[in-house]
Design a protein around this ligand. Structure first.
Ligand code: HEC
Ligand code: HEC
Length: 247
């Protein structure tokens, strides 16, 4: 609440024509009403600001410098998938995951300090979600017929994510994917509505998430039906299939 109106209750002295007239009571009533009005206006405009959030790309760029420490400068992920790729995921999905981390409904120790309300209030959360969602990574290095300096090459290399082939039976994995996953995660694992793309995401990270679902540490629709009876071989086959989708 606006602290500066606390002064309204103080001792107010008014000096017309050299005479001291204390009109404290009148002022208190007037200030009381005024501060109520101001508070109402303040609340109303805060609500309007929240509703009228406007994307601030520069702010998002600053926030991304923090995220980059783990997820890479372009949200490309790192550590062989210990830090997932977050570039190009659906904006609403990123925002939803950040809120889950914030509320610790999706528990992930490394993310806790960065999603606290003080570090990542809602407008920042929305800025960074839009920013990351808009980054388009390549799955192949661009043709090298243009002359490029070392730094430029390095920059380009960071924007290429190519998931290494995962050991397993691709056709068997495709069968499971088509039967159980495609409906939500889309053709070719490219994602659909609120289900994120699985193609182009690190295999080790995906495997960890599926185990989190089964253990009940992270929520996924129909976990029982879909994941609980998958064998380790099925997981490997699924991941083998998903790993070739970005080739
Ligand atoms: C200290 C390292 C670290 C930092 C810094 C960090 N993250 Fe993460 N983040 C992780 C890890 C580890 C995971 C994987 C969690 C898991 O395995 O479930 C993750 C997961 C995520 C996910 C979920 C991806 C998915 O596919 O569901 C999002 C979104 C995300 N981070 C966004 C961010 C944003 C935005 C920032 C900056 C504000 C950030 N992270 C900063 C370590 C970090
Ligand atoms: C009914 C729709 C639906 C079906 C069917 C489905 N999923 Fe999902 N999946 C989702 C949604 C929605 C999410 C995002 C969950 C969240 O918000 O945390 C998700 C998330 C995931 C994630 C986490 C991705 C990430 O970036 O962290 C993995 C892995 C996954 N699903 C694998 C699968 C696999 C494998 C199958 C098939 C065996 C499957 N899903 C079937 C809806 C579905």
């Amino acid at each position: 609440m606006p602290m500066f109106y606390g002064a309204a209750g103080g001792h107010m002295v008014f000096r017309p024509l050299g005479k001291t007239v204390c009109i404290e009571r009148d002022l208190m009533v007037a200030f009381g009403l005024r501060s109520l009005l101001v508070m109402t206006l303040a609340l109303w405009s805060w609500g309007a600001v929240a509703a009228e959030w406007e994307y601030d790309e520069q702010n998002a760029g600053y926030i991304n410098m923090v995220c980059a420490g783990c997820h890479g400068e372009y949200g490309q992920g790192g550590g062989g998938g210990e830090y997932p790729r977050i570039a190009g995921l659906p904006e609403a999905y990123i925002a939803a995951q950040l809120r889950l981390f914030k509320d610790q409904k999706r528990v992930n120790l490394p993310m806790i300090p960065f999603t606290k309300e003080r570090e990542l209030p809602e407008p920042d959360l929305r800025d960074i979600s839009r920013y990351l969602s808009g980054i388009q990574l390549r799955n192949q290095f661009p043709p090298t017929d243009t002359v490029m300096d070392g730094l430029e090459r390095l920059k380009q290399a960071k924007q290429v994510v190519q998931i290494p082939r995962y050991e397993g039976d691709i056709d068997a994995g495709k069968g499971i994917y088509r039967a159980d996953c495609r409906e939500c995660h889309g053709n070719d694992g490219m994602g659909k509505k609120d289900a994120p793309q699985l193609a182009g995401q690190f295999s080790g990270y995906l495997l960890k998430q599926m185990k989190e679902f089964v253990a009940g540490r992270r929520k996924h629709e129909y976990t029982e039906e879909m994941f609980s009876d998958l064998t380790d071989e099925d997981y490997a086959n699924l991941l083998a299939y998903l790993s070739i989708l970005d080739d």
